[in-house]
Design a protein around this ligand. Structure first.
Ligand code: ZN
Ligand code: ZN
Length: 327
């Protein structure tokens, strides 16, 4: 029982899921997890989740598990809750919803994960992008990670979600429109021109390697919001091992640096991996430290007020980057 509804006056789409309201919530109003609650993502509690779709193991047991979400927001047999009216559109939330348990360590945070762990995680992103995008009814595969109360996590054990949507959300479609409009107008690639400009300017660049660049966002929504961009147009799921290692190095080092500066903030990590029919459209990996909240100004206007200059944030992050052997 879940559906998308699009508001005829305000234009935005929401996902209403009756079943999710019944799920246990580990968080109420703080990030303190209740020790009396049994964690479904810890080793020995595998019976609390659906069976693994995929797992990796060492001599002590699994080290990483991919499972269907026990409380899915999207499912193959979703049904609408109400009939659509003339203007109010309601469609069943048909799709898939998986959970990637990143580690067996219950209290690890994003910045604790090593480069090697991120490589394993990113290989699974590649595997699931290939799998889900191969099916015609799947329009957008959204891979994201919530950590902490402000980050929207309901379980503290480190995990990510893979949500497969039956349409391309407006916010994602806008990116395609921006690139296409620029190409039509200027005859060039907006992504490549922007990266060249940002590299030359340098004020927001955190790290540059052969085929990837990390930078704080020019127009961030949160202080210290940063992004990893590829230097070319290879789709994320086609990146060879050496390039996955390069991206994992950027992610692990950036997370550690921002964590040191902002004292381990709640966060979201979001992969933007466009549908294959967009052609060689560049992906990006975005990190949102949730050090501030969205308030009335943001809710009313969609414009975020950010108190830290992205240029100052980049300089501080660079100073806090760990050296290679700490990854
Ligand atoms: Zn746990
Ligand atoms: Zn380009």
């Amino acid at each position: 029982m879940a559906e998308f509804r699009t508001d005829p006056l305000r234009g935005f789409t929401v996902l209403i899921n009756g079943a999710r309201g019944e799920r246990p919530s580990e968080f109420q109003v703080s990030v303190q997890s209740d020790p009396s609650l049994v964690c479904p993502f810890c080793r020995g509690h595998e019976h609390m989740t659906p069976p693994s779709i995929y797992e990796e193991r060492d001599s002590a047991g699994w080290t990483l598990r991919l499972v269907p979400n026990r409380f899915p927001a999207l499912s193959r047999n979703a049904k609408s809750l109400v009939e659509s009216s003339t203007l109010g559109e309601a469609t069943p939330a048909i799709g898939e919803h998986e959970v990637l348990i990143e580690t067996s360590t219950h209290d690890a945070r994003a910045h604790d994960l090593s480069k090697t762990q991120w490589v394993s995680i990113m290989r699974i992103w590649q595997m699931r992008l290939k799998h889900h995008y191969a099916q015609d009814s799947n329009c957008y595969v959204h891979i994201f990670r919530n950590e902490g109360y402000r980050g929207g996590a309901t379980l503290s054990h480190p995990h990510e979600q893979i949500a497969v949507l039956p349409f391309v959300p407006d916010q994602i479609a806008r990116r395609e429109h921006l690139l296409r409009a620029y190409r039509d107008r200027e005859g060039k690639c907006l992504h490549c021109v922007w990266l060249a400009e940002e590299s030359a300017n340098g004020a927001r660049v955190i790290r540059k390697s052969e085929r990837a660049i990390s930078m704080t966002q020019f127009a961030p929504r949160f202080p210290y919001e940063w992004v990893i961009h590829p230097a070319d147009h290879t789709p994320f799921h086609e990146l060879p091992q050496v390039r996955i290692e390069e991206v994992a190095h950027h992610l692990a080092s950036g997370l550690k640096a921002v964590s040191r500066i902002t004292r381990h903030p709640d966060s979201n990590v979001v992969l933007f991996a466009p549908p294959p029919e967009w052609g060689e459209f560049p992906w990006s990996l975005e990190v949102l430290p949730r050090v501030s909240t969205q308030a009335g100004f943001e809710w009313g206007t969609g414009i975020h007020i950010v108190s830290t200059l992205p240029e100052e944030a980049a300089a501080l992050i660079i100073k806090s980057l760990p050296n290679g052997c700490a990854l």
